[in-house]
Design a protein around this ligand. Structure first.
Ligand code: H79
Length: 476
């Protein structure tokens, strides 16, 4: 009997050591085994493709101020609008055409599995009726709760509802780096008071809308510290153990590349912004590229620099082939409408996903190395140094026992060689129409004989069923 406490203590010590050793990106996380971590991340890893929504009172000026037409959600800062003037936008924010069901349908029709909408951007304006401030939807003529309506519709459609929440707050009197044009702020900024306010708001959001992800941003200014990030992460995970939280809750993000640098990390995944990393990051590193459909996040009525469906689909394949997620943005108007050019493009992506989504959802990265499939990897940067910004002929993704080839450039001779693939291929077919593809094992790999025409002008997908669970690929 006497030895029991000792055994227990030893077992406990071992567990703690094991937990400490497993923590990767979330070193300051509450204790979690690798199995628990995988379970928490499971839906997010399967989802692969989500919709970002930047919506707030900045949609009222719609990107234009004093003749400058290049603003968007940063307009308070980029046009130095006095906060008392900016506050008037709330009085004009009345998005009567907002239809949560229609927005969710746009997302699900595109094949998106989650939505991340701004509960609060850097202007501090809350898109839900908060008990902690009047600087929120309560002060608009729009006496509805968009987050309630959207979260309800997401639940009905079976996709995850998630929230973007800015740490930086240009409206609060307490945010540590107050702007000169904040003419409504009072007293001296107090980051402890600010953090308590933000935590209170996040408590409202988590308990009212049950977001799957909290997507923080605006963490880079000096008043926000690693310690505050760790404290916030811990607070939120204790409130909802299932929550997934991006790395911008802390200070480790290395610029727009979005991945963690240094040792003081917190959060569950990296967040490249407006870029796709040249290669993946190996097993156990989760990441998501967020990107605009045109050149702005918030609505800008002048911006018609829309990405083509081809670019979007190629990006989605490229990101999946490197093990990441794609979070693609829309910026709805102050009437409550997702711009039609966005809807049109997303519908085209959705048509592709309907046929080829199997190659994307729940897929793993290419077994051939991130560079395989590059047509041209020789682009030079401003200093004339070679820059790895390839033009892809094809990308690849995997699942247990399967390899998917997303072919962008159809071979004119009908021959597609996969160098280095040693796994025996049982059969191969095009996802479109389940059309059989002839396979030959060669001395150096595998050769496919494809039909004369691609099944899809943007990306045709071939599925290879292989004998191994994990593809056996050798250097070639
Ligand atoms: O919400 C959208 C944008 O409004 C927001 N992030 C996306 C998702 C955004 N905020 N800032 N930026 C985009 C660009 C800011 C870049 C910089 Fe920096 C801030 C340059 C220097 C400080 C990022 C953080 C790069 C280095 C530190």
């Amino acid at each position: 009997m006497k030895t029991k406490p000792l055994i227990l203590a030893a077992a406990l010590a071992l567990t703690i050591v094991a937990l400490a050793a497993t923590a990767q990106t979330s070193q300051a996380a509450p204790a979690e085994t690798p199995k628990q971590h995988d379970a928490r991340m499971e839906w997010w890893r399967e989802a692969k493709f989500g919709m970002f929504i930047h919506w707030g009172v900045y949609s009222v000026p719609a990107g234009e101020w004093n003749g400058n037409t290049d603003h968007a959600e940063w307009i308070m800062e980029s046009a130095k609008i006095p906060v008392s003037r900016y506050e008037q936008f709330a009085k004009e924010f009345n998005p009567v055409k907002f239809d949560a069901k229609a927005w969710v349908k746009t997302a699900t029709d595109a094949g998106m599995k989650y939505i991340v909408i701004t509960s609060k951007h850097h202007d501090g304006f809350g898109m839900w009726p908060s008990a902690l401030t009047d600087w929120c939807i309560k002060s608009t003529p729009f006496q509805r709760d968009p987050l309630r309506e959207l979260s309800d519709e997401c639940r009905k459609a079976g996709i995850k509802f998630c929230l973007y929440h800015s740490i930086m707050d240009w409206h609060s009197s307490d945010w540590g780096t107050r702007r000169a044009w904040n003419d409504v702020a009072k007293g001296t900024p107090d980051m402890d008071r600010y953090t308590a306010y933000m935590k209170g708001q996040l408590k409202e959001l988590v308990s009212n809308y049950h977001p799957g992800v909290l997507w923080f941003d605006g963490e880079w200014e000096s008043p926000w510290t690693h310690e505050r990030g760790v404290d916030l992460y811990t607070y939120l995970r204790a409130m909802d153990p299932k929550l997934i939280i991006n790395n911008r809750v802390g200070k480790a993000r290395a610029g727009m590349e979005g991945m963690d640098a240094g040792k003081e990390r917190v959060g569950d995944y990296g967040t490249p912004e407006q870029q796709i990393p040249p290669s993946g990051f190996g097993p156990g590193v989760d990441w998501e590229t967020c990107m605009t459909l045109n050149n702005h996040w918030g609505y800008n009525k002048h911006d018609d620099h829309w990405k083509s469906p081809e670019t979007i689909i190629h990006n989605l394949c490229d990101i999946a082939s490197k093990g990441g997620n794609y979070l693609l943005n829309v910026g709805p108007t102050s009437e409550g409408l997702i711009p039609q050019p966005s809807i049109d493009r997303l519908a085209e992506v959705g048509a592709w996903m309907k046929v080829n989504g199997e190659a994307i959802y729940d897929s793993g990265p290419t077994p051939f190395g991130a560079e395989a499939g590059a047509f041209s990897a020789t682009e030079k940067d401003k200093e004339g140094k070679p820059k790895f910004k390839p033009v892809w002929d094809w990308r690849a993704t995997t699942k247990p026992g399967k390899i998917y080839l997303e072919i962008f450039k159809w071979p004119t001779d009908g021959k597609f060689e996969i160098a280095g693939l040693q796994s025996k291929v049982k059969k191969a077919w095009l996802l479109a129409g389940h059309k059989k593809v002839k396979v030959e094992q060669t001395a150096t790999g595998v050769s496919l004989t494809l039909p004369a025409e691609p099944t899809d002008k943007i990306a045709s997908v071939v599925c290879l069923e292989i004998k191994d669970q994990t593809a056996n690929v050798t250097a070639h």
